[in-house]
Design a protein around this ligand. Structure first.
Ligand code: DC
Length: 238
């Protein structure tokens, strides 16, 4: 049934769904793939981060408090969009304000999973994500892309890597941006987010039966891109 439905859509370009644990290189791979294939890249996590930032600014979420009802009500005031910067990189805008840098902070990372577990927040963002991918030719990364957003995606990847390697990579990335952070804080944040994202009731992170597992613990970004391009070739033939 699923395969038949996929075939009907054949004249469209592929939809590529990339899910996996926090900080395991999903966006690095997704961006490189989109560039190589001339596809649209959508960082769905950035959208959840934007929603979390909005809730934080309204004092509706902190480490030990989440005002679910007011977060849901405040969705009516949120417009989340991507705009390309002068280098062609998509950046997140919250109500016309460029918040690309702010959404990557550890404060947002510490609150985002509490906001992302709210059903209404997910419905609000999934609707927009589906519109972004309506014509195919899209690479989207997140936690529920292959399971909920695009269950008929022709290529689904589930990415993983050793937790210590993931933490070290994210730590170096944040340090390079000038963030004052310790490796322990990064480790703790990844552990907590992975736990919350995979055990929540609404659209938890899962590995779907048709997803291909990509463990990049010992792969360079170039190696993982080459492997994935082979999978794209195969997906185009089926
Ligand atoms: O991909 P990321 O680490 O920037 O995502 C931030 C958080 O957003 C992540 O911890 C869980 C949530 N998220 C989600 O629930 N569903 C998605 N499709 C993408 C992200």
């Amino acid at each position: 049934m699923r395969r038949d439905m996929r075939r009907v859509e054949r004249d469209k370009e592929l939809t590529i769904a990339i899910d996996g644990w926090s900080s395991c290189g999903k966006s690095t791979l997704a961006k490189a793939l989109a560039k190589e294939l001339n596809f649209i890249y959508v960082d769905s996590g950035a959208m959840y981060r934007g929603a979390a930032l909005h809730a934080m600014r309204k004092n509706l979420v902190s480490r030990n408090h989440v005002d679910i009802n007011r977060i849901i009500a405040s969705l009516a005031d949120i417009k989340i969009t991507f705009k390309q910067n002068s280098k062609g990189k998509a950046e997140l805008y919250l109500n016309e304000e460029n918040v690309e840098k702010e959404i990557r902070s550890i404060e947002v990372s510490n609150s985002v999973s509490s906001v992302a577990r709210i059903k209404e927040v997910r419905l609000f963002l999934v609707k927009q994500q589906r519109i972004m991918g309506i014509n195919g030719g899209v690479v989207m990364d997140g936690r529920d892309i292959g399971s909920i957003v695009f269950p008929l995606a022709e290529l689904k990847l589930f990415m993983t890597a050793d937790p210590d390697v993931r933490a070290q990579r994210r730590y170096e990335e944040l340090k390079a941006k000038g963030d004052e952070i310790t490796l322990e804080e990064v480790k703790e944040n990844l552990k907590l987010r992975d736990e919350m994202d995979s055990t929540r009731e609404e659209s938890p992170l899962i590995q779907t039966d048709d997803a291909i597992v990509l463990d990049n613990t010992n792969l360079t970004p170039q190696e993982q891109l080459i492997k994935t391009l082979e999978l794209v070739k195969k997906a185009r033939k089926t």
